[in-house]
Write a protein that binds this ligand. Structure first.
Ligand code: FAD
Length: 483
């Protein structure tokens, strides 16, 4: 049996749900094929404000996520680098995240991912679970659809004008685009992780922070998921692989014992016994990219395309933002506003820039001979944002560096409210002078004007999200505008 869609999405994780929703919101016909049946387990539990307040708002799911009871995360606490004492960062260190948007969540991914997938269904995506994709179908050098097995074990084909592969790190079809993965020379670590049925919390206001603590063999993450559930993972050098494979649970517990800051939080706390948290899991070879992210008819998003070391919790952000960029290219090509090659080139340029910023920064971050200030300085150097060092670090750690309105939706909302209020004060004459001049929107407009003028004079780079000549984004965030 054959069916035809505007878009076929492979994989129903955050990348797949985002791409599918963003294209269905424009009224297109979208099929999403997911191998498993949700809820399903996934690692990657610490989110960024860009996802929670930006992408989730754009997908129409932010309120549901906010109501789900996930642990609020205000930032991170790090026993990292040469300082023996833990230091911390909070998302509120950047002025672009005013309260209450300077927060994210620590989530059980089974629940978070299901919220995103059901939302995709609600906006009209046809979701088929228990439907693994086997291969990609191409005609005349263009991808035209996929072959999959349905719930009954019957082989089927689905034809699509576009295919987005969002089937994660285990993707069987990513090599259709750009050949084999290119593994990072620098990030060769492996991760072994499991769960405790509770655990002490950091003192307020940091009780919901991710805690990352370096020790001799690598570093540990400590993520408070619920009062009675803590995710604890060790990221260690590849030479420990044999020991981990021999006895994953023993190796994991040895790593925790080797790190007094984390061990102390877990004294006398039992291991989790509820599925799926009753297992110790191992992941390796997870830092990679691709030489190309699209071919005619098909694009990659999320872990299918790339991932880099988890210490800054950037995975779900890169997955959802990359998926949105791909969806914009699809929407623009479908409505004929931007030629396919132009739209996908924009997708790839922006996605690579976002990935590249994390990759470059993380190389500096793994230098353990440095201190907090030096890491903040590196963030400023890599991001080139027009803010102080600490704020630059918070921008990076919050997923805001692109400056894309889709990750800054909350800021746009807050700034718009401020403008409304200023207009009100102007209208009722309660303020002398012009209150509009002190609002962020007006200040930003002047700054952009100054930047453009400066660029025209000196040809200098802009801090704007994409290079000169790049496409701009439609007001709803879902497509590129006609150049
Ligand atoms: P996935 O979430 O993997 O979803 C892919 C989906 O595709 C799955 O549901 C799968 O069942 C489906 N699928 C697979 N094959 C097929 C097929 N053939 N047909 C149909 N469907 C298929 N990220 C963070 O943001 N925060 C963190 O704290 C964090 N910690 C991490 C720790 C470690 C050790 C690692 C390795 C990663 C971590 N990540 C973290 C990264 C995060 O796990 C991923 O970046 C994120 O899950 C990517 O989402 P995705 O939608 O691309 O893929």
């Amino acid at each position: 049996m054959t069916s035809e869609y505007d878009l076929v999405v492979v994989g129903g994780g955050p990348a797949g749900a985002t791409a599918a929703t963003a294209v269905a919101l424009r009224g297109h016909r979208v099929l999403l094929l997911e191998r498993d049946t949700f809820p399903r387990y996934q690692i990657g539990e610490s989110l960024l404000p860009a996802t929670v307040h930006g992408l989730c708002r754009l997908l129409g799911v932010a309120d549901e996520v906010a109501r789900a009871g996930f642990t609020p995360k205000r930032g991170g606490t790090m026993r990292w680098g040469r300082d023996p004492e833990p230091w911390r960062f909070s998302f509120s260190m950047t002025p672009r995240l005013p309260e209450p948007t300077a927060t994210a969540f620590q989530v059980e991914r089974s629940r978070f991912d299901e919220i995103l997938l059901r939302n995709a269904e609600r906006v009209g995506v046809e979701v088929r679970e228990g439907s693994p994709v086997r291969r990609v179908l191409s005609v005349g050098g263009r991808v035209r659809g996929v072959e999959y097995t349905d719930r009954d074990g019957t082989a089927r084909t689905a034809q699509g004008r576009y295919v987005i592969d969002a089937s994660g790190n285990t993707s069987r079809i990513h090599s259709q685009v750009g050949g084999a993965r290119v593994y990072s020379e620098f990030f060769r670590n492996l991760a072994v992780f499991g769960y405790y049925a509770g655990g002490r919390r950091l003192p307020e206001p940091d009780s919901g922070n991710i805690f990352c603590a370096a020790f001799d063999a690598g570093w540990l993450w400590y993520i408070p998921l619920r009062d009675d559930l803590t995710s604890v993972g060790a990221v260690i050098a590849p030479e420990h692989l044999a020991a981990v494979q021999r006895d994953p649970r023993g190796a994991w517990q040895d790593m925790i014992k080797a790190c007094p800051e984390v061990d102390r939080l877990l004294t006398d706390v039992p291991l989790a016994t509820e599925p799926p948290y009753d297992r110790i899991r191992v992941r390796k070879d997870y830092s990679y990219g691709k030489t190309s992210l699209w071919v005619p008819g098909m694009a990659l998003a999320g872990d299918s395309a790339c991932f880099v070391d988890p210490v800054l919790s950037s995975g779900v952000h890169l997955a959802t933002y990359g998926a949105l960029l791909a969806a914009r290219a699809v929407n623009s090509a479908l409505d004929g506003s931007v030629p396919e090659e132009r739209g996908f080139a924009e997708f790839e340029a922006r996605y690579r820039r976002e990935y590249g910023v994390f990759h470059e920064f993380l190389i500096a971050f793994y230098d353990m001979e440095r201190g907090e200030d030096s890491y903040f300085w590196s963030a400023k150097k890599v991001t080139r944002v027009d803010l102080d060092e600490a704020a630059a670090f918070a921008e990076l750690a919050g997923g805001l560096v692109s400056g894309d309105a889709s990750v800054l939706a909350a800021e746009r909302g807050a700034a718009a409210a401020e403008l409304d209020e200023a207009v009100g004060r102007l209208a009722d004459g309660t303020e002398r002078g012009n209150p509009l001049l002190s609002t962020r929107i007006v200040a930003d407009t002047f700054r952009t004007g100054n930047d453009l003028e400066e660029q025209a004079l000196y040809g200098g780079p802009l801090d704007a999200p994409a290079a000169a000549g790049s496409l701009t984004v439609a007001a709803d965030g879902l497509s590129w505008l006609r150049p």
